[in-house]
Ligand binder design. Structure first.
Ligand code: EPZ
Length: 417
């Protein structure tokens, strides 16, 4: 287990290139096994979660070449329908191989997925939808045995909530199914659109991605393609909250500002100025953080749960109180206990957290418990007086490429120990 040492940092200045989105790259890589030809996926972030996904692709028989941020997948010889348990439990998005493996092989044998522990993360909506499409599923001792007995059949699926993973799994199962699948109450995240754009360029027929109703007309075959993964909006939010808490001026390169709308709105409330071009976003701190009022996490285009910890870290030294309501996950306040060790004043009652801004934070020894929580602890530590050690840097490596390097380049006092 590694640690990060963060020293007090007055201000951040410079440019940061934003990596490709983890939560786009992972479903797109899972989708490559649906194609008969070779897929080239560019702007793929170099992360442990991506490496774990590459291991799954190889276990299924794909030929994979990884060169920096470009992954080439030749799926012409997929010969296995089994994903070993140790590979499934490394990450949450391994469950997306359910849709893609049954679609390609007509059957699948896999296990319950891993990922950040944010409270219960069931996959009942994934299983119900695929079973409505004709998949026979049995679950024994964490093992999922699935068989299609012929092609899956398109149908209408109404999701109880716009689940990102369930929407992706249904799309992966539906692109090669017989007939039309309609997903109602589908997730609208940019990463869903990216997956659909990738699949469409392979020959899939998908309509309505980005809206609540997605229609997929099954086709007989998908072909290889070349695709660029969209920028990671949560990595962008990390540098935005760090600039706000330390003061300074930072330009994020290679972003899609409209994907950052709900985050920018909250950060502007804190007093920062934000300006954008087509693919850059510049954030300039006013030197003081104001309360951001109420932040409620919701499915896209609402405020993302993945940025909740980051904005909370920023608000620990704001003038006044800010309120957070976490609507997506039951247990996504694990960073609070650690922020308190820095001197923050935060009260959690159920879904709500009230942050009373304090004058100063003080360095301490902290323990990161999940990916975005780890990044939030680093954001707060930049503003803390003295030094902070954050244990658990492996959480960061699941989602951030060259984390310390990018921070160092803009003047942060940070190193891995
Ligand atoms: C995706 O997780 C992301 N992960 C998460 O990012 C993100 O926090 C989340 O979407 C919400 O935006 C990936 O894309 C790999 P959901 P996912 O299905 O798909 C409940 C990060 O830090 N639910 O939209 O697992 C579920 O329990 C990660 O990068 C069911 O009850 O999220 C949750 O309360 C963390 N049954 C809610 O829906 C189901 O079958 C939303 O989950 C499926 C979901």
């Amino acid at each position: 287990m590694g640690s990060i040492l963060v020293g007090h940092t007055d201000s951040l200045f410079g440019n940061v290139p934003i990596q490709g989105a983890k939560n786009s790259a992972l479903p797109i890589l899972a989708a490559t096994i649906l194609c008969t030809g070779t897929c080239i996926v560019n702007n793929c972030p170099d992360l442990s979660d991506v490496n774990s996904t590459v291991d799954i692709l190889k276990a299924l028989g794909a030929k994979v070449k990884k060169e920096k941020n470009c992954i080439t997948v030749d799926s012409s010889n997929i010969n296995s329908y089994i994903v070993p348990q140790e590979m499934m439990t490394k990450l949450r998005s391994s469950i997306l191989f359910l849709g893609s493996v049954v679609s390609r092989m007509g059957k699948a044998e896999l296990y319950l997925p891993g990922g950040c522990k944010l409270g219960p993360r069931p996959i009942d909506w994934h299983l119900k939808a695929l079973s409505d499409m004709g998949l026979e599923i049995s679950l024994q001792n964490d093992m999922l045995k699935c068989e299609t007995y012929g092609k899956l059949k398109g149908t209408q699926i109404l999701l109880p909530l716009p689940s990102v993973g369930a929407t992706e799994n249904i799309i992966l199962a539906a692109v090669l199914a017989r007939g039309t699948t309609i997903i109602k109450n589908a997730a609208r995240e940019p990463e869903i659109c990216d997956l659909c754009n990738f699949l469409s360029s392979c020959g899939a027929r998908i309509f309505g991605a980005g809206s609540s109703t997605i229609e997929i007309i099954g086709v007989d075959e998908l072909y290889g393609t070349e695709h660029n993964v969209i920028p990671d909006r949560i990595v962008a939010a990390t540098f935005m909250s760090a600039t706000a808490i330390t003061t300074g001026k930072v330009t994020l390169l290679n972003v899609v500002p409209k994907h950052l709308k709900s985050i920018s709105k909250v950060i502007k409330k804190s007093g920062c100025m934000i300006s954008t071009t087509q693919d850059t976003l510049t954030i300039e701190s006013s030197g003081e953080i104001k309360s951001v009022g109420k932040v409620i996490t919701d499915p896209y285009p609402g405020f993302p749960t993945d940025a909740q910890a980051l904005i909370m870290a920023m608000c620990t030294i704001a003038k006044g109180n800010s309120e957070f309501v976490e609507n997506i996950f039951e247990n996504r306040y694990k960073h609070v206990e650690e922020l308190l060790k820095l001197g923050a004043d935060i009260n959690v009652v159920g879904k709500k957290a009230i942050v009373n801004g304090v004058e100063s934070l003080y360095g301490n020894h902290l323990k990161a418990k999940d990916l975005r929580g780890a990044a939030a602890l680093i954001v707060a530590s930049l503003a803390a007086k003295g030094e902070t050690i954050i244990e658990g840097s492996e959480h960061l490596d699941r989602g951030y490429e060259n984390f310390e390097l990018h921070f160092k380049n803009i003047g942060a006092n940070i190193k891995r120990i």
